[in-house]
Design a protein around this ligand. Structure first.
Ligand SMILES: Cc1ncc(COP(=O)(O)O)c(C=O)c1O
Length: 460
């Protein structure tokens, strides 16, 4: 788009700093300016339409034009636009939302603490875990284990836990030695030659067990995991993985935290990724689809026994000294409640279960494409991993950013997708997507793969 002096493009370059962006490249390239949305589509400032194949950032489950959410926000703004929940204060939307979320959560969950973003949820969970361990007289039990390629956000503590180098490079992290990472459960990229799924998950459980024993079980507090890893490349673990991991955690009295920021609220075909993957969490972090991203709201959910530890410690200290001005914000809570009502009334879970086999068929078919090493997914989340050589799983030179090329071509074909590690393209449409829109999305991706295959062959 030409950058005329007062255009949105020119003003964006002049004043706006974009997350996850090469700022110098942005000065040249400028933004894609999205001006409106309708269903699963968004439109740019030239009127071009795109299927939002990433639901924004894995979040707009109900698409981009759900009037009921706008109405819920308007109504709540008129009645009580803000009220705080520190120091024994409360309001109806937060009470109702806590009750609703806990009632739909796995049986192990009893209480909810609201925050504003996924990263805040992770940071808060880490703080609460440390506070809890101090309260139960285990001041050394503070170490946290995650997985390489995990994405848990980007604030200081969450940035330590995220297992992707970009969370730390250039930011003077790590500044704490409490965080450790084990192997992600990708048989495709981490399996040994000839290794079966069972052997692979046994090996990963042993790796975790050995790490905990080496560190000392009395020093390890918690294990954080996304049921399906999202931003690290959409890694769907073998079904035997989490039960084995959880047995190790139980043996060593280590808390299991299911990071449901992407998987929660139907993404994998059940309300929770924990259900899909056989996890019984002590804590859960939630965000994104909680409000279909129409307003920022997130949370930490916890078991009764974890809550009892927090409550005793707060009584001993006199206060649970953590929380945010906008914790349980009434307008965000009202929008989240309306989102959950729509999920029920429109039977969103049934819809996901109906269309996801078609999504999976189209995804699996891409596995046969000459550029695709692995096509993987569950429910309405997936990715294709692009390789130079399928047999040896060799990747292209990282400098050519092959996955960004595919995403750019898909965008030119009217489909927004996201490059994710390693050389993969993520797919995570709004949950309301129809079968024919799934076809259009995969048609666009297929054309993009064909286009990139042709140009890389020419370049080779
Ligand atoms: C699994 C997971 N946890 C945490 C986060 C951090 O959420 P936020 O970007 O809202 O801070 C994300 C963001 O994508 C995520 O995917």
């Amino acid at each position: 788009m030409p950058q005329t002096p007062n255009s949105l493009h020119a003003r964006d370059i002049e004043y706006t700093i974009h997350p996850y962006t090469n700022l110098r490249a942005h000065e040249e390239q400028g933004p894609l300016v999205i001006t409106r949305g309708d269903g699963v589509y968004v439109f740019d400032d030239e009127g071009k339409s795109y299927i939002e194949g990433m639901a924004g950032l894995w979040c707009t489950s109900l698409g981009f034009s759900e009037k009921r959410l706008a109405e819920a926000a308007r109504k709540q703004m008129e009645v009580l636009p803000y009220s705080q929940i520190f120091s024994h204060r409360s309001h109806e939307p937060v009470i109702e939302l806590a009750e609703r979320v806990v009632s739909m959560a796995p049986a192990s969950i009893a209480k909810a603490f609201f925050v504003n973003s996924g990263s805040e949820a992770i940071d808060t969970a880490i703080k609460l875990i440390w506070y809890y361990q101090n309260g139960r007289g285990k001041p050394n039990k503070k170490r946290i284990i995650g997985r390489r390629r995990a994405y848990h956000g980007i604030t200081i503590a969450a940035g330590h836990l995220t297992g992707l180098p970009y969370a730390r490079t250039g930011f003077d992290l790590p500044m704490s030695d409490r965080f450790f990472h084990v192997t992600p459960p990708s048989l495709y990229s981490e399996g040994n030659p000839g290794e079966t799924e069972e052997q692979f998950t046994d090996r990963l459980a042993t790796e975790l067990d050995t790490l905990i024993i080496t560190l000392g079980p009395d020093t390890v507090a918690a294990f954080f995991a996304e049921p399906v890893m999202g931003a690290g490349g959409v890694i769907v673990p073998p079904l035997s993985y989490f039960p084995k991991i959880q047995a190790v955690l139980r043996k060593h009295d280590v808390l299991m935290v299911s990071d449901e920021v992407i998987c929660g609220f139907g993404r994998t075909g059940n309300w929770w990724g924990a259900e899909t993957m056989g996890i019984e969490p002590d804590l859960m972090t939630i965000a994104k689809q909680l409000s279909s991203a129409y307003l920022p709201i997130a949370g930490v959910l916890m078991s009764q026994s974890f809550y009892e530890g927090l409550a005793d410690q707060s009584a001993a200290i006199g206060n649970l000294g953590t929380g945010y001005t906008y914790s349980g914000h009434p307008v965000a809570a009202a929008v989240a409640l309306e989102t959950l009502r729509i999920y029920d009334e429109d039977e969103i879970l049934n819809h996901v279960r109906e269309v996801s086999p078609h999504f999976k068929r189209r995804l699996d078919a891409l596995g046969g494409h000459p550029l695709v090493g692995e096509a993987r997914g569950v429910g309405l989340i997936g990715a294709v991993e692009i390789v130079k050589d399928k047999a040896s799983k060799t990747h292209f030179d990282p400098a050519i950013k092959i996955n960004a090329q595919v995403a750019a071509q898909a965008q030119a074909h009217g489909v927004i997708l996201r490059p994710v590690p390693i050389d993969s393209v993520g797919i995570c449409p709004p949950l309301i997507i129809t079968r024919s829109e799934i076809d259009m999305m995969f048609d666009g991706l297929e054309k993009a793969l064909d286009g990139v295959a042709t140009s890389t062959l020419i370049a080779a």
